[in-house]
Design a protein around this ligand. Sequence first.
Ligand code: CMC
Length: 434
Amino acid sequence: MTNSETKATLSFSDGSPSLEMPIYKGSIGPDVIDIRKLYGSTGMFTYDPGFMSTAACNSSITYIDGDKGELLYRGYPIEQLAVNGGDFLETCYLLLNGELPNAAEKANFVSTVTRHTMVHEQMQFFFRGFRRDAHPMSVLVGTVGALASFYHDSLDINDERHREVSAIRLIAKMPTLVAMAYKYSIGQPFVYPRNDLSYSANFMHMMFSTPCEEYKVNEVLVRALDRILILHADHEQNASTSTVRLAGSSGANPFACIAAGIACLWGPAHGGANEAALSMLEEIGSVDNIPEFIAQVKDKNSGVKLMGFGHRVYKNYDPRAKLMRETCYEVLNELGLQDDPLFKLAMELERIALEDEYFVSRKLYPNVDFYSGIVQRALGIPTALFTGIFALARTVGWISQWKEMISDPEQKIGRPRQLFVGSPRRDVPAMDKR
Ligand code: CMC
């Protein structure tokens, strides 16, 4: 980073000498103050739990303007990519390589991903070690991490070709692993991938075909799944992506790093929110119960949150939520479920919340997870697998960010510091003195 024209001056009320720090400008978005010399010059750290004011890296992949409600992948608005931007693999190519593919590049990329969809046959034994009622996210943390023990030929993180092959393997094998986690949970045989199908159609085939009956591809539903994947593909330095970067900063292999990202995504404040939002709607049950539920949400002692609402960065409508609501209409119409009671309940809940002073004053709007559960449920995906679908989609974002980090000359092992508030040094007393 060398584009510093202006500087920030930090002065101290105790008379210590002031300190000048460079300011860098991004292509868009807030400037940053480079505080790397702060500790060396003053002996002090900055204190920023939750990274409220800290840019941990520079990146050229995804940009969010939270006030405007804008999301750009490599500069392209999410609305354009989701509506006219081709399929999910086109978005994958864009995130990985920085540009949209031309026709030949697209065909080559699709064929490369497609040729990596099978997982090593021995992976089946990993699945069989899990209880049938294991949460799919625990199965995914284990099995994605286990990929590192099968693909030794792509683990050298200093070899660009290895990094590329690992990225393709992860994007190609995630649908297979997610579908295997599902099949295992319901006691059905695993279904092998079919390379004549598109990425999303193949996933639905692996989910819903059985040896006795082939899944009939429905283009509206496939397109809806593709859109879910595009909308979840990347979201700059969120918790799971930062986890992937931090894990990768030590030189860990990409399969281990993505497994770490999956573990982080599992939490209800992050990827687990889609599952939690649908459970919440089911618990509310009817439009008549909304006022009582909203009263609970506003009561700070209740611990109840409106799941699928609020975001650290968006202080406006999450653009992904709008697209997801449209997709909800399309899917429910296709399936003849226009009167779906949960969709009606969700729209009414949204309407009431957006008029309520509590949500208005805190700038709390629906996020991507508010409607995605309803769409996924209509596609036949069980609630426990929702976060697994999110992990499938986000894998390309994680691996693109991981690749960017490895190639960044400013990259260092991530090592935050702390404000220590525990006991100062003391001596261990003998047992009879404790
Ligand atoms: N319901 C009720 N109150 C909320 C909610 C909510 N969903 N979200 C935030 N608030 C309140 C919060 O209590 C606080 O109030 P006060 O100022 O009176 O203390 C204020 O709004 C600011 O919230 P915060 O907790 O400081 O915000 P944050 O940036 O730390 O948290 C969040 C962001 C996403 C964790 C939070 O909004 C949340 O828990 N939402 C529900 C879970 C959810 O939908 N998560 C999915 C996020 S989008 C997909 C993804 O990125 O994975």
